[in-house]
Design a protein around this ligand. Structure first.
Ligand code: PLP
Length: 442
C-alpha cells in the first residue's frame, strides 16, 4: 500500500525514496554522493529559486542542470505548455510546432552564413541525440571507431561512458558495468586539448574512425576550455581522414550564446564547421527534448529517407516543443547579456572570497558557464580536473546550502546562472560566499 502524504522534510523524503527508487534518485548526481548529507527533495521552483519539501527556499545555481536559461517557471513558457496541453499531450504524428522549432534552431545557427546545419531531428534526451549522431556518422562513413575525450560526457549510451565526465566523474568510475568489452573497444578515449594524441590516433586508425565527438566546450569535469583553435584542429584532422566531427552542444547550445559555443567562436572569428551538432537542455526549456542537426546529405541518411534507423514514440512531443519554442523565442540578446553579467559577478566574488580565505583555486569560464577547481594551476584536461583538492568542495557546498544557496552537488559540474537571477538573488549568493570560502579552507 502506498502512503499518499507528501513528506515534509528532506530526510524523510530521501528515506521514502530509497525504499522504492535505486539510491533514492532517478539520476545519480542528485544523490549528493560526493558532497554528503541529505539530498534536497524539491516541490517547486520559481524564477531564481527552488523550494524543498520543508518549505525552505534556496537561490538555485543548478537550473535543472542547464535548461532553465530564463529561470524556473517563466510565465511565457508555462503559458505555452498549458496552451499546448489543453490541445492534447501527444499525438504520435507530426505537428506544425516541430517545424517552427526546427526553423528557429536552424535560423539561430546562421551566424555569418557559416552554418551547415540544414536539418534537425528531434528526440527526447541528449543521450539519444549523441547516440543518433554517432549512428549517422557510422552509417555515412561505413566505419566503426569513435574518438571521444576523457572527462567529456555525452550521455549514458554504451559507447560513450568510458572515462566520462558528469556523474561518472563524480563517482570516480572508469566507465560502467554492463557495457560489453567489444562495444567499449570501438571508442578511443583521448586526453582533451592534446593535439599530438589526436594526430597519433588518426595516424594509427584514421581509416577506421567514423567520427570525433567532442563537447563544444567541455563542461562536465568542471569547465575544460578548448584551447585556441582546438575545435578547428579537430574538424581539419577528422576531415583530412574522411571522418566527421560531432560537436556536442547539449549543454552549451543556446546557453552561452544565441547560437551556442559554435556561435561564440564564430563571432570571435573562427571558421570551423562541425558535420553534426547535438542539442539538449535549453532547446526543451525544461521539458524532455533534444535534437541532432547537420548537413542535409548526412541528416537525410536517417529513416524514412535513408538506411540509418532512429525513432521515438514521444519524439517532438507537443508540450516539449511548446516549451522549447517559447524559451528560444524569449531568449533574446538581453537575456544572454544578463546571464553573462550575473555569471561574471558570481564567479568574480567566488574567486575573491577564496583568495581572502587563502584557498588555492582556479575559476574557468566557457562563456557564462564557469566552475571552480581547487588547485593553483589551470585545468586543461581531465587529469588536471582530477588532480584538484576536490574534497574542499564538500564544506563549501554545505556552507552555501546552509546560507540558502543551492549549488550543483559536485565539483565537476558547472554553475548555471539564469535571466531570473536579479540583484536580490545575486546579493544572497555574494553574501554567502565568504563563509563558504572559509569552510573550504579548513
Ligand atoms: N551531452 C552533454 C554535453 C551533456 O552535458 C549531457 C547531459 O548532461 C548529455 C549529453 C546527455 O543529456 P541527457 O541527460 O539529456 O541524456
Amino acid at each position: 500500500m502506498s502512503t499518499t502524504l507528501i513528506p515534509t522534510d528532506n530526510v524523510e523524503a530521501a528515506a521514502r525514496a530509497r525504499a522504492v527508487i535505486p539510491g533514492g534518485v532517478n539520476s545519480p548526481v542528485r544523490a549528493f554522493g560526493s558532497v554528503g548529507g541529505t539530498p534536497l527533495s524539491i516541490v517547486g521552483a520559481h524564477g531564481a529559486y527552488v523550494r524543498d519539501v520543508s518549505g525552505r527556499e534556496y537561490v538555485d545555481l543548478v537550473a535543472s542542470w542547464g535548461p532553465a536559461l530564463l529561470g524556473h517557471a517563466h510565465p511565457g513558457v508555462v503559458a505555452a505548455v498549458q496552451e499546448a496541453a489543453a490541445r492534447g499531450l501527444s499525438f504520435g504524428a507530426s505537428t506544425p510546432g516541430e517545424t517552427l522549432l526546427a526553423e528557429e534552431v536552424i535560423g539561430r545557427l546562421r551566424v555569418a552564413d557559416a552554418s551547415e546545419i540544414e536539418r534537425l531531428r528531434l528526440v527526447s534526451t541528449g543521450t539519444e541525440a549523441t547516440m543518433t549522431a554517432i549512428r549517422i556518422a557510422r552509417g555515412a562513413t561505413q566505419r566503426d571507431l569513435i574518438v571521444k575525450f576523457s572527462g567529456h560526457y555525452h550521455g549514458h549510451s554504451d559507447g560513450l561512458l568510458a572515462e566520462s565526465g558528469s556523474g561518472v566523474a563524480t563517482l570516480g568510475l572508469p566507465g560502467s558495468a554492463g557495457v560489453p568489452a567489444d562495444i567499449a573497444a570501438l571508442t578511443l578515449v583521448l586526453p582533451y586539448n592534446d593535439r599530438a594524441a589526436i594526430a597519433e590516433a588518426f595516424a594509427l586508425h584514421g581509416d577506421r574512425i567514423a567520427a570525433v565527438i567532442t563537447e563544444a566546450a567541455g563542461a562536465n569535469a568542471g569547465i575544460l576550455l578548448p584551447e585556441d583553435g582546438f575545435n578547428a584542429f579537430l574538424a581539419e584532422t577528422a576531415h583530412a581522414h574522411g571522418a566527421l566531427l560531432i560537436s556536442d552542444e547539449v549543454l552549451t547550445g543556446f546557453r552561452v550564446d544565441p547560437a551556442g559555443w559554435w556561435g561564440l567562436e564564430h563571432r570571435a572569428g573562427a571558421s570551423w564547421t562541425p558535420d553534426l551538432v547535438t542539442f539538449g537542455k535549453v532547446i526543451g526549456g525544461g521539458m524532455p527534448l533534444a535534437g541532432i542537426g547537420g548537413r542535409r546529405d548526412l541528416m537525410e541518411l536517417l529513416a524514412p529517407l535513408g538506411p540509418v534507423y532512429q525513432a521515438g514514440t514521444l519524439s517532438g512531443n507537443p508540450l516539449a516543443v511548446a516549451a522549447g519554442l517559447a524559451t528560444l523565442r524569449l531568449a533574446d540578446d538581453a537575456v544572454y547579456a544578463h546571464v553573462d553579467r550575473a555569471a561574471a559577478a558570481v564567479s568574480r566574488a567566488a574567486g575573491e572570497a577564496l583568495d581572502a580565505a587563502g584557498v588555492a583555486h582556479v575559476v574557468t569560464h566557457a562563456g557564462s558557464l564557469f566552475s571552480i577547481a581547487f588547485r593553483d594551476r589551470p585545468v586543461r584536461d581531465y587529469d588536471d580536473a582530477r588532480a584538484q583538492e576536490g574534497w574542499r568542495y564538500r564544506a563549501f557546498f554545505h556552507a552555501m546550502l546552509d546560507a540558502g544557496v543551492s549549488l550543483p552537488p559536485s565539483v565537476f559540474e558547472a554553475w548555471f546562472l539564469t535571466a531570473a537571477h536579479d540583484d536580490e538573488a545575486l546579493e544572497k549568493i555574494l553574501a554567502a560566499l565568504p563563509k563558504a570560502a572559509a569552510a573550504a579552507a579548513s
